[in-house]
Write a new protein. Structure first.
Length: 247
């Protein structure tokens, strides 16, 4: 509406001009979510998102600053201007969209289950886990947790601070299944599976991932969506996708 348009005119310039003035794009991410962002053995933050951010700053002609943030503090960090952008494999949800704006989706993922190997014969679909005899895990404040509670309400759910902890419960046989984003579980089965896990790889949710920005920055939004179209067209998105998702 007209009223909304008037009220949402920012008192300051669009963040796109702040980024250019500062000479740096600051990106918030939580680097525990392979292959989107992880910390390598040398302590560097690497992954699909930082590589995309590197392409962004080339186009913007500025430097890149990665701001490592706890997952439960990532939206507050953006809102208090610790960064300009969230690039952290974040699912676009209605609840989050009340606080921040999202770019167009840069990928679509879904929830999947990693099971204890012994359950291979009993659990053929995620639906079979909807039973009080099963212990399931996911990560606090994620769409994995939301899906676990929504689609498997009868299962015995425990929440963990990190992906790694939730996953290790299943690897160590203390829980039956880890519910999480398909790309993460695909990497995890290769790294931790070692005959201990079964991957139910058919996603049972459809989740668009987006880059998050503070509301009221239409120039930045336009730039980001234009960047996304460009990297999808010129093959650079595909190159990074092959690098991080096809192993
Ligand atoms: N896609 C899921 C969500 O939005 C998980 C993302 C976790 N990202 C991370 N960097 N730890 O809730």
């Amino acid at each position: 509406s007209v009223l909304f348009t008037l009220l949402s005119i920012p008192a300051h310039a669009d963040v796109l001009s702040d980024i250019k003035k500062r000479g740096a794009l600051r990106v918030c991410l939580e680097p525990a979510y392979m292959p989107f962002e992880l910390t390598n053995k040398r302590g560097e933050i690497v992954g699909f998102d930082p590589d995309l951010a590197t392409l962004m700053v080339k186009d913007l002609g500025v430097k890149l600053e990665l701001v490592s943030t706890a997952w439960d503090g990532i939206i507050p960090a953006l809102l208090t201007e610790k960064c300009d952008l969230i690039m952290s494999g974040m699912t676009i949800t209605e609840e989050r969209a009340q606080k921040i704006d999202f770019s167009n989706p840069y990928m679509v993922i879904g929830q999947t289950a990693l099971l204890r190997k012994d359950l291979a014969d009993k659990v053929k679909s995620y639906k079979d886990l909807n039973n009080p005899k099963y212990k399931i895990t996911s990560k606090l404040g994620t769409t994995g947790e939301i899906a676990a509670k929504k689609y498997l309400p009868k299962a015995n759910y425990s929440s963990f601070e990190t992906e790694q902890e939730g996953l290790m419960e299943v690897v160590n046989g203390k829980a039956d299944a880890f519910i999480y984003d398909s790309p993460y579980n695909a990497v995890a089965i290769g790294q931790r599976g070692e005959g201990k896990l079964v991957f139910l790889d058919k996603p049972f949710t459809d989740e668009p991932l987006g880059w998050g920005m503070r509301k009221g920055n239409p120039e930045f939004m336009k730039w980001l969506n234009g960047f996304l179209v460009k990297v999808k067209k010129d093959g650079s998105y595909e190159k990074l996708y092959q690098k991080w998702f096809k192993n």
